[in-house]
Design a protein around this ligand. Sequence first.
Ligand code: RFL
Length: 393
Amino acid sequence: MIRTQVGIIGAGPAGFMLSHLLHLEGIESVIIERSQKDHVRSRLRAGVLEQGTVEMMREVGLGERMDRLALEQHALDFRFNNRSHRLDFHEASGGRSAWVYPQYEVVADLMQAREEAGAQIFYDAPVTHIEGLEGSRPTIHFESEGQPLELSCDFVAGCDGFRGISRSAIPDDKLRLYDRVYPFGWLGILADAPPAIQDITWGCHPDGFAMMSIRTPEVTRLYLQCDPDDSPDNWSDDRIWAALHKRLDVDGQPPINEGRITQKAITAMRSFICEPMRFGRLFLAGDAAHIVPPTGAKGLNAAMADIKVLGRSLVEHYKRHDQRWLDGYADTCLERMWLVQRFSAGLCTMVHQFPGQSAFERGMQLADLNYMTGTREGRAVFAHNFTGLPVQA
Ligand code: RFL
């Protein structure tokens, strides 16, 4: 039996960041991860960091590489009715920004810091079940190199993503799940092409949504709304570029740049939230507790916000014997998370074409877009949410 203070399930950004935060405060943890290390290190997912996530990386001593490589985003260019409507974050939010810094770089920074500190991390080690969450010392059961192993700990952090097992350790009669599945997906494309403009660009077109953002000065990340059951094989390069031009190019702006397509994948769109985020000695964080459609670029940032609260709560427990933070963890995170859900679901509804959508519904979408981009109040609300709501920790 292995022993530690905090057992962490999942080596995504949430699990790694929690382990790093605890280490800085002299609190021990062990991470157990189902996938192999190379897979964890190279997963291509989120790309946009809120101001608060960037500040958190700096506060925990991991800002150096990010500050060199991340690309600050000053504005979002909404394109509809064949016009560009540029919403400047700085101007609308009093100096806040968002940054493009891919999730695999955040994970690489955290992984390196944990390895340099000699952290105990089990890769290729699926957790099978958790016991004793209502007692004083829960046990995490997992497999490593074909052997069953047990980790005994004071607390379990369920950072194992949407398809993890932690959430299922909460009895059904204690769990409330809120779910919305959207009738479309995103075809995500990575192309060796310099972005036509530096701003994140959203095309809100009657054919469907499209997005362009800078990944590096030579690589563009692009998305196209598609059927959720579609296959990337149905999208030839010619079809992709034709759809992107149609949905994103507008008068007065340079057309998007084409280049070699290096990746195509389809992502489903979902809003999901689970209450409570705590059961006994189990604390859920990140995608294990909530999923947002990628429209608002909130998933990774919401995971980091949870971890900031959970890290602080565990420090208060171990260092000052104060339980109030742990007791308030779920409510603190859920209150913020519902606001994040509201923003993400609202944006998702505003910019996509729904099957069978009426002309009236399209009129409402355009009115929302006009209000958000064309009034000082609308711009302020968008910029406040997009660059990140405050975290109570
Ligand atoms: P993760 O990253 O899913 O990590 C969970 C880890 O737990 C492991 N695991 C287990 N380990 C042991 N035993 C088990 N039984 C286990 N079951 C699972 C998994 O292998 C995995 O390593 O969750 P975490 O840490 O909460 O982080 C959440 C983020 O990864 C996620 O929210 C974002 O990627 C979402 N997202 C975006 N978020 C943003 O903030 N900005 C974006 O621009 C953005 N774009 C995106 C996205 C997600 C996408 N996809 C593919 C879902 C774009 C896409 C396409």
